[in-house]
Design a protein around this ligand. Sequence first.
Ligand SMILES: NC(=O)C1=CN([C@@H]2O[C@H](COP(=O)(O)OP(=O)(O)OC[C@H]3O[C@@H](n4cnc5c(N)ncnc54)[C@H](O)[C@@H]3O)[C@@H](O)[C@H]2O)C=CC1
Ligand SMILES: O=C(O)[C@H]1O[C@H](OP(=O)(O)OP(=O)(O)OC[C@H]2O[C@@H](n3ccc(=O)[nH]c3=O)[C@H](O)[C@@H]2O)[C@H](O)[C@@H](O)[C@@H]1O
Length: 470
Amino acid sequence: MKIKNICCLGAGYVGGPTMSVIALKCPEIRVNVVDLNESRILAWNEENLDKLPVYEPGLAEVVKEARGRNLFFSTDVDSAIEAADMIFIAVNTPTKNYGEGKGMAADLKFVELCARQIARIAKNDKIIVEKSTLPVRTAETLQTILDHAGNGVKFEVLSNPEFLAEGTAINDLLNADRVLIGGKQTESGQKAIQSLVDIYAHWLSPKQILTTNVWSSELSKLTANAFLAQRISSINALSALCEATEADVDEVANAIGTDSRIGSKFLKASVGFGGSCFQKDILNLVYLCRYFNLQEVANYWEQIIILNDYQKYRFAKKIITSLFNTVSGKKIAFLGWAFKKDTNDTRESAAIYVAEHLIEDGAEIHVFDPKVSEGKIKADMRDLWDLKGFTEQKIESKLKQIFVHQLPIEALDQAHAVAVLTEWDEFKTYDWNSIYIKMYKPAFVFDGRNILDAAKLTEIGFQVKGIGKG
Ligand SMILES: NC(=O)C1=CN([C@@H]2O[C@H](COP(=O)(O)OP(=O)(O)OC[C@H]3O[C@@H](n4cnc5c(N)ncnc54)[C@H](O)[C@@H]3O)[C@@H](O)[C@H]2O)C=CC1
Ligand SMILES: O=C(O)[C@H]1O[C@H](OP(=O)(O)OP(=O)(O)OC[C@H]2O[C@@H](n3ccc(=O)[nH]c3=O)[C@H](O)[C@@H]2O)[C@H](O)[C@@H](O)[C@@H]1O
């Protein structure tokens, strides 16, 4: 079947960039990206491309070319569903924060709502594509809802998980290592797979397009994230040992990474991984293993999260102990709040948890991030304390310990310590001599990303503590 009209439910970090690239590369296909969130859609339609709701290098250029030509953003979900031959579901699948599976299982209520809406609206056969990250066998649930709640039309469900990383999304989409498409082994299933293969074949080679059965595809997404996060927790675990033994974690990573069986990527020790997916997807995997009574397997994967929490805590604790066992009333400058560089996304950022520990010990946190707004930073802290059940009064009083600055120097002026939480390139270019003069002495730098030149900073007079540096 030749696809002429695509609809994507969910205009977030995945729906927006993936559909923009599909529209760019397939000018003959009309792509409607829809969302219930009106302000998000307004932002996608912003004349000023600096105001798009997602910051991604290269995204504005893609949107500029395709928007209004064959790429459209709207809140009219029903019309977009009705007109589409193929519907991508790219809605959020957060960790459940209530009831059965609370804190572990994926909350599929948004996905289920999409399926019910599609079933209600669809008047002709459609291909439904799971783009969101989902527990293995969700396609079965979707098929059941679609078949039972629908108008007698035929739905073919495919799994097409997304592997892009934020900050490099456009490049990852244009030059994907692979796209993965899972479908039924029936004749209609294979035809549906082929329709989706044809779309990606506009810019990817056949070798880059893998096809599997639905369950392998669904599980491969959780597995890929678990393996990636596992590498980070492994190197972070060793960073603690490096600090105790004067080994240097970057040298160890380099030494093992040159073994082609291990490989060099994803071995950068850090203050801990963040982002909306690693933690939620691993918790989801752990929950699934427990559901299938695979306790040892569940415990194995869960350790990645335990170690990541430990790493964030360890970093905060090092700041407190280095500053003579208290940060009460002290100004700690945070360089970076985003969970990684080149994104404005702060979901599960290590900065949030490090700030929490330090605020608990009485610190004043002064944040500068080139892309994250004051409102977002305060909302992140509010959400965390809200989840912990803090009263409004307590939250308001704790928020008074956090300050957000427009200029880095404002955050750094008269600080007792600097903590690097995000690896933004610009931090490396700062005039650290002038910063040193403006700070309290001894002036501490806690480099949670090992991006600064520690030897140079030490020469200036800073007390420098990196991750995994003895
Ligand atoms: N953020 C990332 O880099 C990646 C995310 N993923 C997965 O993709 C999925 C989406 O993630 P994000 O884009 O980051 O989430 P997001 O939260 O940025 O976007 C999801 C959007 O879906 C909208 N939505 C919810 N229910 C809807 C409905 N019934 N109809 C229309 N719109 C609806 C929400 O308003 C929201 O704007 C998740 O399952 C995530 O695990 C996969 C790979 C990368
Ligand atoms: O499912 C998802 O959402 C996506 O999750 C990750 O992408 P993302 O979270 O955007 O970014 P990563 O580059 O993976 O970084 C995640 C976190 O790990 C940290 N990290 C990464 C690499 C490393 O070596 N060390 C390290 O601490 C980053 O700073 C960041 O906090 C995966 O890399 C994507 O393939 C996947 O599609």
